[in-house]
Design a binder for this molecule. Structure first.
Ligand code: AMP
Ligand code: MG
Length: 342
């Protein structure tokens, strides 16, 4: 049975690891090696932003502001957001940020053959994932609502978005955090911080090496246990995980989670418990972790093989196997049975 408090556990566990590292780094007492760090709650999750270097403190403040700004643009449940207004009116002139995330979402929809579908909002609402008032919809209502999830009926030109289908609504929940962590990397770069990391509820992006020159240790959450699935040593990469354990509800002894298979309208049952994507591009990592979870092991591996220069993967299957792509096989440590794909 999935644990409903995992999100918090995940935050604490992943956060503890950098803390252990920091404690060894602050002893020199130089400004360069002291972490500037801030925890806050946004985008429905706990976040930590950490930066080293003289401008670290300003960069962390700027990053926090940027998170709130993006949340207020992209959150489909916020009545003042651009996405909310677009969903309500079916047309809107968008800010550069919203247009950029929507365009990426449409591009990943094509690239993944619809496994990533940014037009799932009506289905998310039907299941109660938008309000927390969960219920299992009837097959008829799912069938009818699926007719609205046509991402190819969204047109976007020069920031002007228009839906060509009544009732269509977009939901950028599967990609917004990855875009956000990428934007924070940009702030780090522009402010001249020497290294840093952001943890958006278990989705991590790292900037540079740690002040002592070593790589960051990113803990990947284990869906069923308080231990980690494993630890990845990495730098300058986003490490983004999707899993049904992150948000779900139980009804009549069955668990229903928040990642929906666009072909059925039901929570994806692909045999994967979690998918971690490791990539330089946080937006790509977020979109693909959701997509590969929907695709399942075989298709996910095939997709990786066709796009292997852009990212690496850690798949956790429901028979307790861990599948790791070749590019990170020496950087990932786990006690579970592991298969390497090449
Ligand atoms: P993530 O945690 O990044 O995998 O994103 C999950 C969120 O993405 C859900 O809460 C929905 O808002 C949205 N979502 C659900 N199913 C899909 C899908 N097939 N394609 C794109 N977004 C989805
Ligand atoms: Mg995602």
């Amino acid at each position: 049975m999935r644990n409903f408090n995992k999100k918090k556990i995940s935050f604490i566990s992943i956060f503890l690891i950098p803390l252990l590292i920091f404690s060894g780094c602050t002893q020199s007492g130089t400004t360069e090696s002291e972490p500037h760090s801030k925890d806050f709650f946004a985008m429905d999750t706990y976040m930590t932003v950490t930066a080293y270097g003289e401008n670290g403190s300003d960069a962390v403040e700027e990053a926090e502001k940027r998170v709130y700004e993006l949340d207020s643009l992209l959150n489909a449940e916020n009545k003042e957001s651009e996405i909310y207004l677009l969903n309500e009116r079916g047309t809107a002139t968008l800010s550069d940020d919203t247009a950029s995330v929507l365009q990426s979402a449409l591009d990943y929809c094509k690239l993944t053959d619809g496994a990533f579908n940014p037009a799932m909002h009506p289905i998310m609402r039907l299941w109660g994932f938008t309000s927390g008032k969960y219920n299992v919809p009837t097959e008829e209502s799912i069938k009818a609502t699926l007719k609205l999830t046509k991402a190819n009926e969204v047109s976007l030109k020069e920031n002007k978005a228009k839906f060509n289908l009544n009732g269509l609504e977009v939901d950028l929940g599967g990609i917004a955090k990855g875009y956000t962590s990428s934007q924070i990397m940009r702030i780090f770069k522009d402010s001249g911080v020497t290294s840093g990391m952001v943890n958006l509820g278990g989705n991590v992006q790292t900037f540079g090496l740690k002040p002592d020159g070593s790589e960051w240790n990113v803990a990947i959450e284990h869906p069923d246990s308080e231990d980690y699935l494993g630890i990845l040593k990495t730098h300058d990469k986003a490490v983004i995980t999707s899993g049904g354990y992150e948000r779900n509800f139980e009804k009549n002894g069955r668990t229903y989670h928040h990642i929906i298979d666009p072909t059925t309208g039901y929570p994806a049952e692909s045999g994967l418990v979690s998918v971690t994507v490791v990539a330089e591009n946080g937006t790509l990592a977020d979109a693909l972790s959701t997509s590969l979870f929907v695709m399942g092991e075989r298709k996910a591996e095939e997709f990786w093989r066709n796009n292997r220069d852009d990212f690496d993967i850690i798949l956790y299957a429901d028979d307790d196997r861990v599948i790791v792509s070749e590019g990170i096989k020496d950087s990932f440590t786990t006690e579970l049975k592991t298969e390497v794909i090449s």
